[in-house]
Design a protein around this ligand. Structure first.
Ligand code: G6P
Length: 609
């Protein structure tokens, strides 16, 4: 969470920082600020609220002059969103300014230490101790002062630091929080994410944990944790800024929903050759795969929901036991992992703090980590034994859609691949499944063509107060995602239940008119699900079902309304069925006037525990 950007060069810094921050707002948007060096001193402008408030305060950056600066957009952890708690934080002398992403875990001890030496604090944040500590240690060398301060810090950080004494220097450092440096003719940058700098350059350096970068208008020098110089490779980003822009759509979420057929093709096509699943990306030997004793899938949020689908599919196809764990639980539940355990970490961003920690714990216990990640070069991708990239391109809306869909596609490929290695599917079945897999993008296109019908359904139900999702097996995994999508962007209370479980308590909440969204795509259990639908109908619920062409005859008899998807092999149903659910959530949120791309209290990249 929190977005950092810094620029030093020949152009006015403030407009560049504001533009970069706009692209990082997905990381947090409760306050924003910049610190610009005017050649003599640091000028700090910061405010509670969205970036546009900051932008208005400084006339889009035109009223603050200077060619170097750092900026920040915040997702509050320590201290409520307020002007004082906004970044940059400045030391008492006004000489050191800091922007930070992460958490300084020992900030209370450091605060006490500094207070006992006469330092006065102006905010409730953990970050302020960094600014004060760097100032405290400063004796003529900024990099050394930062190094000494970091030596005393415990926790995670990506830092951008400027000093009044150095109009032409930014110092950056990171540990367990992403940070890149970027190089261009007109100056150099730091940022939490490449999207913030893509307008200016595609040449980036990924900073590793414990590294420092010193930026001047002409150079970027990187040092290791002992301040020894490090030679870093410059990576060239090959996607361009248009993929991070709305392209005529009203919301990023809608654009990303519409992009799904294309990105799924991109994810699958290079990995299916001559109707064979080829996973060149990974180095798992057939012997290793055969010997796997257990697969753990570890993730958070929607990525966890992908894991739920993958569990059903891997167990069904490859006959290996799969446990799906929330990353925040996995690390504290004494997991049973050994060298025969494959731990699959799923993460769009590759920077989710809990998933990183779970991955490290899995490795410490001797497991082999295979990650499914979207952001190339992210922490999880770098530290895993194997990585399969989802290639969804940049996903900007906080509520994930296309990243979820490409993650699903990768898990299908993986399930078939594992099953083939384990000899648990025969050649005909293999070929049939690969054929079915390839039909997913076209079938999603069909569903997207019918979006007006889903918009109409949203208009019937957008005023509901509580909505329950039910489904069995793979439909249950799907319901979890459908429910999350709806609640995160529309703020309607919603929960998902295994359809057979509803009667063990939650059915007491169903009353006249309560909307139940029934996922009824899984043909094998259709009759069971229909029985559960009938149970809620008997309590006067309204039922909106998601079903298939071949299921719709039966399902229509017990539903008030339906969203119908094309038929496909049962393993891949969630890829189709999630699309009407995403659209339903989107249109409901639209009708309720919600801020769809930036729902309240959320952030896309959750880099705190
Ligand atoms: C946040 C996002 C979710 C996402 C989750 C896990 O909560 O809002 O959309 O599913 O983090 O993120 P990851 O990047 O690890 O997939």
């Amino acid at each position: 969470m929190c977005g950092i950007v810094g620029y030093i060069g020949s152009e006015q810094a403030a407009p560049i920082l504001l533009d970069g921050l706009t692209r990082l707002e997905y990381r947090g948007y409760d306050s924003a600020g910049v610190s610009i060096h005017d050649g003599h001193k640091l000028n700090v402008i910061k405010t509670k609220g969205r970036l546009r408030i900051l932008s208005d305060m400084i006339d889009g950056g035109n009223s603050v002059h200077g060619v170097s600066g750092i900026g920040h957009t915040r997702w509050a952890t320590h201290g409520k969103p307020s002007n004082e708690n906004s970044h940059p934080h400045v030391s008492n002398s006004g000489n050191i300014a800091v922007v930070h992403n992460g958490i300084i875990e020992n900030y209370l001890q450091l605060r006490e230490f500094l207070t006992s030496r006469g330092v006065k604090f102006n905010s409730e944040t953990d970050t302020e101790v960094v600014a004060q500590l760097v100032d405290y240690y400063y004796d003529g060398d900024l990099l050394k002062a930062v190094h000494r301060a970091i030596d005393r810090i415990e926790g995670s950080y990506a830092l951008g630091i400027m000093a009044a004494y150095y109009p032409d220097m930014i110092v950056a450092a990171c540990k367990d929080s992403p940070l890149i440096a970027a190089l261009s003719e007109k100056g150099n940058f730091i940022a939490s994410d490449v999207t913030a700098v893509l307008k200016h350059t595609r040449d980036v350096i990924y900073l590793e944990d414990g590294e420092y970068a010193v930026l001047t208008p002409e150079s970027v020098d990187v040092f290791d944790s002992f301040l020894e110089p490090v030679e870093k490779a410059v990576s060239h980003i090959d996607w361009d800024i248009s993929s991070a822009e709305k392209g005529g759509y009203e919301h990023f979420m809608f654009k990303e929903i519409m992009e799904q057929p294309e990105v799924i093709r991109k994810t699958m096509a290079p990995r299916i050759r001559n109707r064979k699943v080829i996973l060149d990306d990974i180095q798992l030997s057939k012997e290793y795969i055969k010997g796997i004793n257990k697969i753990y899938i570890v993730a958070c949020g929607s990525s966890y929901h992908v894991g739920m689908v993958a569990k059903y599919n891997i167990e069904k196809l490859a006959r290996k036991p799969v446990e799906v764990a929330l990353a925040s639980e996995f690390r504290y539940c004494t997991p049973i992992v050994d060298e025969k355990t494959l731990v699959v970490c799923i993460s769009q961003s590759g920077t989710t703090a809990d998933t990183i920690a779970a991955m490290r714990e899995a490795k410490r216990l001797g497991g082999r980590v295979l990650s499914i990640v979207n952001v190339v070069g992210s922490t999880i991708a770098k530290e895993s034994d194997d990585v399969i990239y989802t290639w969804a391109g940049p996903e900007i809306a906080v509520a994930t859609t296309k990243a979820y869909s490409t993650q699903l596609a990768v898990t299908y490929l993986l399930s078939i691949y594992l099953a083939d290695c384990c000899g648990t599917i025969n050649a005909d079945e293999y070929e049939r499944l690969v054929g079915e897999l390839l039909t997913i993008p076209d079938k999603i296109e069909c569903i997207l063509k019918d979006k007006e019908h889903i918009q109409y359904l949203a208009s019937l139900y957008f005023n509901n107060r509580d909505i329950f999702f039910i489904g069995r097996n793979i439909d249950y995994a799907l319901s979890l995602e459908g429910s999350l999508k709806l609640k995160e962007i529309s703020y309607i209370h919603s929960d998902a239940y295994a359809a057979g479980e509803l009667k063990h308590g939650t059915i007491s909440l169903v009353e006249d008119g309560t909307l139940v969204i029934a996922a009824a795509t899984y043909q094998r259990l259709l009759e069971k699900t229909i029985s559960n639908i009938v149970e809620v109908k008997a309590r006067a619920a309204q039922v909106l079902s998601v079903t298939t062409e071949s299921g719709k005859g039966l399902v229509a008899q017990v539903s008030d309304n339906m969203m119908v998807i094309p038929d496909i092999d049962e393993l891949f149903l969630p890829s189709l069925a999630v699309v009407p659910m995403q659209l339903f959530a989107y249109y409901v949120a639209l009708l309720r006037g919600c801020d769809i791309d930036k729902p309240r209290n959320l952030a896309k990249s959750v880099t705190v525990e």
